[in-house]
Structure formats: structure tokens, C-alpha cells
Design a protein around this ligand. Structure first.
Ligand SMILES: [Zn+2]
Length: 134
């Protein structure tokens, strides 16, 4: 999708992992006409080319608001959860609404919805996630 062929020494927009944003880079090496190594114009660090991210700010803000709402919902529901009844999460198990699960990564979770077959919507401390089940 480039107007001109990519050339070593030419500027290119790329994602810089050190600056944690899209910055102007200079192409250092090419491989089969694709940028391989680039130098960040801001921090001068040379690294593997990563395409610039195109995250929309509004989408990020909406996701943040949603997360906040889910965390609030969690803190309201948490006192009513009987952790003694929580079972270890397993993809091979079947779940009902209001079941409590222990997930190895996300921790305690409350099953809020059974979505069709083999999927449940679970509220965790860190927000709502869709998990597989039997
Ligand atoms: Zn940088």
C-alpha cells in the first residue's frame, strides 16, 4: 500500500515499543521489500519494524468506561458471593447462571449469562469475559 518503493534511509511511520507510540522511523534494513529494522526518530533506538497501531481514541475511552462499570458492578456483587461455593473453572464443565468459578488467571468469577452453547459470560474483578464451557 506504499506509493513509492520502500528504501533504506527513507522515513516510515512505525510503532516504537520504547516510546510506546507511533513515531517517525528511518528504515535501516529491508527484507524482500518490507522494512525489517528501523530506527526511531524520537528515542533513536533501532528495532524490528512494527506497523503503526491505529487504535481509535474513542474506542479506547469507551472500553475504559465499560471496564469501570464492570469493576463497579463487581464490587457491588462481591459481598454476596460465597467463595466456598466456587469451583475451579474447566472448559469441560457445564455452568449455570450465578455459579461461582475460580479461574487460574482471572481469579474468582461470577457466571452471569449462558450464551448459546459452550459459552458463558463471566464477571471477574477485572471485568467481564466470555469463557468456553461444556
Ligand atoms: Zn522510540
Amino acid at each position: 500500500m506504499q506509493d513509492a518503493p520502500l528504501t533504506v534511509g527513507n522515513p516510515i511511520e512505525a510503532r516504537c515499543t520504547k516510546c510506546r507510540k507511533n513515531t517517525d522511523h528511518i528504515i535501516i534494513t529491508l527484507e524482500e521489500e518490507a522494512p525489517l529494522k528501523v530506527e526511531c526518530g524520537v528515542c533513536k533506538r533501532q528495532h524490528k519494524y512494527r506497523p503503526p497501531t491505529r487504535a481509535k481514541k474513542t474506542a479506547v475511552r469507551q472500553a475504559t468506561l465499560l471496564k469501570d462499570a464492570e469493576r463497579k458492578e463487581w464490587s457491588q456483587l462481591r459481598p454476596g458471593m460465597n467463595t466456598a461455593k466456587a469451583t475451579d473453572y474447566s472448559m469441560a464443565a457445564a455452568y449455570k447462571v450465578n455459579a461461582l468459578i475460580n479461574h487460574p488467571v482471572f481469579g474468582l468469577g461470577l457466571v452471569q449469562r449462558v450464551i448459546g452453547s459452550q459459552k458463558i459470560e463471566v464477571l471477574f474483578e477485572d471485568g467481564r469475559k466470555v469463557m468456553r464451557c461444556k
